[in-house]
Each structure stands twice: as C-alpha cells, then as structure tokens.
Design a protein. Structure first.
Length: 378
C-alpha cells in the first residue's frame, strides 16, 4: 500500500487492492483532529468557510494503519485511520439502476410466510441478543411481529418505548380500531381493506405504524402485509415505463374527514432519491386525491401503471397473512410495507389499538446497539 498526490495536491490516491482517490477538500473537511471535531460528541467544530478555497496537500505519508496528510495553505498536519478511510471511500464508477436499494434492506414476498420476523415481548424488553436480532430484522424487512405482550390498554406504548417515541396526530396519541356506529374512517368498520400505507396525506408521513391486539373473538379480520419495495421492483421488471411514470410524477393525497382537519400532500406513489435509490411507496386508494401533476400526454400511462401496481399489490403471491391474538402486535415501516385487514364478522369483538412512531428511532437503536457490541468486543 502506498499513496500518491496528483493535480497539484488536490487529489490523493491510496493504492490498495483497488486505487481509492480522495479530494484534498474532502479530506480536510473530514479531518478527525480535536480542532476539527469535538472529541466528546464527534460534532464538527468548523464550517466550510473556515477551510481555504485553495486547500491542497503538500505531503502525504503512510505509517502502519495511519495516513498523515499536510494541508496548505494552513500548514496543518492531520492523521487518518486507514480503516476509516476505506470505509468511507467514494471512488466508485457504477451508476446503479433507478430503484436501487440500500444494502441493509431485503425485499420479500409470500415465500417469507413461514419466517415472519417475530420477537417475544418479555425477552425484547431485556434488550439482549433477542432484541438485537429482532430490531435488525425489522429494519431489514420493514415489518415484524411481537408475541406474548401484556393484554392491557396502552400496551402498544411499551412497544414504542423499545426504540423511540410516539408520533401524535389528529387521531390522538393512539387510535382504536374496532367497529363504530358512525365511522369517520373506513378502518373503523368491519369491511376488508385493500393493502395500503397509512396517512400518505401527511408530510412527512408517520414512518412506523404499530397495531396491538387486545381482543379478538370475531372471526376473520386477519392482518396482511405486502412489501411495497418488492411490488415496485416487480413493476419495474414487467414494465420499466410504468415504474418510471409513477416515480417521475407526484400524486396528491388528502384527508379532510373531520372538522378542522384538511391534510394534503404531493408525493409520487414510488419515491426515489435524486440518485435513484428507492426510498418510499405511498399507496392508499381511500385518500388519493385528484391527480393533477401528471402531464396530459402521460396521464393514460400513469393510470395504467397505477392499475398494474395495484394488481401486483393484490396478488396473493406478494402477501403475508397472520392473525393477531390478544397480546400480539405488528409493526410496519410505513414508507415501505403496506398493510391490510381482511373482512371480519360482526359477532364477537375485535379491538386493536394503533399508533405511529418514526423509523429513525429504529435505525438509531439498531446502530447504537451495533456500535456498543463492537466496542464490547474490542
Ligand atoms: Fe391502515
């Protein structure tokens, strides 16, 4: 391994198994010394304006696993850990396909029916290996079940406490899902529902939904989940134009079903990051508003694509079905996994409580546990 400098010290190349190029400005901005980064919390202490525009490298040398770099005109010498540099290298040539997925995500279909990520509540609250395993699977697959939880009102908040905080909405801190005499929302009746993501009319949407079962003596009412990312990928394979039109144009969503509430959003059914990463699916027939942001010449294509995406979502080959018993709950990544309920009979009772939370808490908890385990192993 050795290093070379190019273009008057504006580029440094680390010659490893593959050559990894770094810009002088990137290296300077990412210096890990105590004047650049706070030793305690790691936060950056300088702004880009504090780094000279003409920053370049005058000297670079390797000493074991350390790279020492001198930046001019500051005359500042900084050490970089080689493992850190390799872990943060950005010198890649590939331009991934539109709809690529982050490496910590795995799509699924009905084949995963026998292997639903499931955690036992009493062991999850211990926050040991079982919890690490469960939270890893939840973030990877975008959903999971919890069994053997307490059968008491508000128990769903104990689930949220495992990883984050409740997202309160106009439906309250939590909402009751059971038959009501005067339903304001179809979710509160006994009808079956098409698989959907919740609340696409919010901006931002709640990114996690939890449904917790407290009573279940009515027949039917099974819960079903569908991986929206798997559906989007299948649509892309079947017809790239369909995938393209649904990701390129915004739909509109609206909920104005109660006094004082008029929630609207403008987002695509399939959401990509600027570099093409698949980051979200919104699908909810009940709250789709008039779509007015698709050009006239593309509207028929958009509707054909929307119809086909719905057919894929309805395909039993895409769905996982399970029944929640009292003390059981499920959790979904609401930016990705659609959920539905099959119809249930009016006799007996079925009572679930639902609430929203955010998936940054899930990811943060997972990553903090991972870091703690790494530190413990050192
Ligand atoms: Fe829902």
């Amino acid at each position: 391994m050795h290093v070379t400098l190019h273009k008057n010290g504006s580029i440094l190349t680390l010659h490893e198994e593959a050559d990894l190029r770094f810009h002088a400005i990137w290296l300077r901005d990412n210096a890990q010394d105590s004047e650049t980064r706070a030793p305690g919390n790691g936060q950056r202490l300088i702004a880009l304006r504090d780094i000279p525009k003409d920053t370049h490298i005058s000297e670079a040398s390797l000493d074991g696993d350390t790279l020492r770099v001198t930046f001019e005109p500051e005359g500042k010498t900084v050490s970089f850990d080689i493992t850190w540099l390799k872990g943060h290298a950005y010198d890649r040539s590939c331009s991934p396909a539109r709809g690529w997925l982050a490496p910590d995500i795995e799509t699924w279909t009905s084949h995963m029916q026998a292997d639903v990520p499931t955690g036992q509540f009493p062991s999850l609250v211990q926050r040991g290996d079982a919890f690490v395993d469960w939270i890893e699977k939840i973030t990877r697959f975008g959903f999971g079940k919890i069994e053997n939880g307490p059968i008491k009102e508000g128990a769903l908040f104990d689930v949220v406490d495992l990883f984050g905080f409740v997202r309160e909405t106009n439906y309250g801190k939590c909402f009751e899902v059971r038959t009501e005499v005067n339903p304001t929302n179809l979710a509160f009746t006994g009808l079956g529902l098409q698989a959907h993501t919740d609340n696409p009319y919010r901006d931002p949407v709640p990114t996690v939904q939890i449904l917790y079962c407290l009573e279940s003596s009515a027949s039917g009412g099974e819960n079903m989940v569908v991986d929206g990312f798997a559906c989007a990928h299948r649509l892309r394979e079947e017809n790239p134009d369909y995938f393209d039109v649904l990701s390129r144009y915004c739909a509109r969503f609206e909920y104005a079903g109660e006094d004082g509430v008029c929630l609207t959003s403008r987002r695509p059914l399939i959401e990509l990051a600027p570099d093409g990463e698949l980051i979200g699916v919104r699908f909810n027939n009940r709250s789709l508003a008039a779509v007015t942001d698709v050009p006239f010449s593309e509207m028929e294509l958009w509707y054909a694509a929307y119809r086909r995406l719905g057919e894929i979502i309805d395909d039993p080959a895409m769905e996982i079905v399970f029944r929640l018993e009292p003390g059981e709950a499920f959790l979904v990544d609401n930016t990705r996994v659609l959920h539905a309920r099959k119809a249930y009979s009016g006799t007996g009772t079925r009572w679930l409580q639902g609430c929203y939370a955010e998936k940054d808490g899930l990811r943060s908890t997972r990553d903090a546990l991972h870091r703690a385990n790494l530190e413990a192993a050192e």
